[in-house]
Design a protein around this ligand. Structure first.
Ligand code: ADP
Ligand code: MG
Length: 287
């Protein structure tokens, strides 16, 4: 590999908004066989909005107040929704986030739980016939969360996120380049599959706890594949670091950008197949 052609390659990439931290990453991009993409904030814009709430106003007030303690995009969506409805939020006395499951809070002596099925099961909450409704939301690609107050089920809050416009085209191009494309998410399997279908991904790894994301990337590497990880969040950082090529979304967190080898500006997913094209052209010139 001549240093000059590598420099030309990374320069060309940079002009296009693809920032390689060094020439060796461009060379390694050439060898990629699989690519793993995080769902929320990577394939989707990561700005979810509440679409449905089945509970009453009191439950909404407690739910939204509790979510003020969380920095999760889902929490921001819920707080914004309650604020739009001019609901006054209450003081939270105690708050705990349960990674991959939801949150627990104490508000004026009331215990509030918001999260997925697992959270409700672990707290022995009887959610009645909610399962049928949950499935309805999930097949639409929505993230549906259950709410309980003092051990009593109080409703579902469903949230939808928008897919990045160019995601289907980017994934099509990656497949044409011969890459195996996989979606990785902490969200439930049905929601993940609905989103995956909309963008043309057939392999989904869902319900992955934040600390397990890197393990999933490692498993693909153990099969002998050179793999890229694309992510935006703090919880993607270990996976970005362990991947053969970590690709951070420029609009994502600083932690993700630091852990990655490449950053794509503006969250434009088409820059990923573009980066691969540039790496191929560069390596061909070297040989
Ligand atoms: P993702 O990769 O989609 O960001 P997370 O691991 O952060 O996934 O979350 C997984 C699931 O845990 C969510 O789909 C949701 O059901 C639940 N969850 C996480 N954070 C919250 C929260 N602040 N409020 C309610 N539920 C939450
Ligand atoms: Mg994300």
């Amino acid at each position: 590999a001549t240093p000059t052609s590598i420099m030309v390659g990374t320069g060309k990439a940079a002009e296009n908004g693809i920032l390689f931290k060094g020439g060796e990453h461009l060379e390694r991009t050439h060898q990629l066989e699989a690519i793993v993409l995080d769902k929320t904030g990577t394939i989707t814009k990561g700005k979810p909005e509440v679409t449905d709430f089945t509970g009453d106003e009191e439950a909404l007030q407690l739910l939204a107040s509790a979510e003020r303690g969380s920095e999760h995009p889902l929490a921001e969506a819920i707080v914004a929704y309650a604020t739009e409805q001019a609901i006054d939020l209450a003081e939270v006395d105690d708050f705990k986030s349960i990674p991959g499951h939801g949150i627990e809070a104490i508000i004026s002596g009331n215990n509030i739980l918001v999260g997925n099925r697992k959270l409700m099961q672990e707290n022995q909450i009887d959610v009645g016939g909610a399962e049928i409704e949950l499935v309805d939301y999930e097949v639409d690609g929505k993230t549906a969360m259950l709410v309980a107050v003092n051990g009593i089920y109080r409703g579902i809050v469903a949230v939808a996120d928008t897919i990045r416009e160019t995601a289907p085209q980017a994934i099509k191009e990656l497949k044409e380049q011969g890459l195996e494309v996989i979606m990785l998410t902490g969200d439930n399997e049905r929601t993940a599959k609905a989103i995956a279908k909309q963008v043309g991904i057939d392999q989904v790894i869902a319900q992955v706890l934040p600390e397990e994301k890197a393990d999933k990337v490692k498993e693909i590497q153990l099969k002998g594949k050179k793999v890229a990880m694309v992510g935006d969040g703090v919880n993607d950082a270990p996976a970005l670091a362990i991947a053969d090529i970590g690709i951070a979304i420029g609009t994502g967190t600083e932690v993700a950008i630091e852990a990655a080898d490449v950053t794509i500006l503006g969250g434009e997913l088409l820059l990923i197949p573009k980066a691969i094209k540039i790496s191929h052209a560069t390596i061909k010139n070297i040989r």
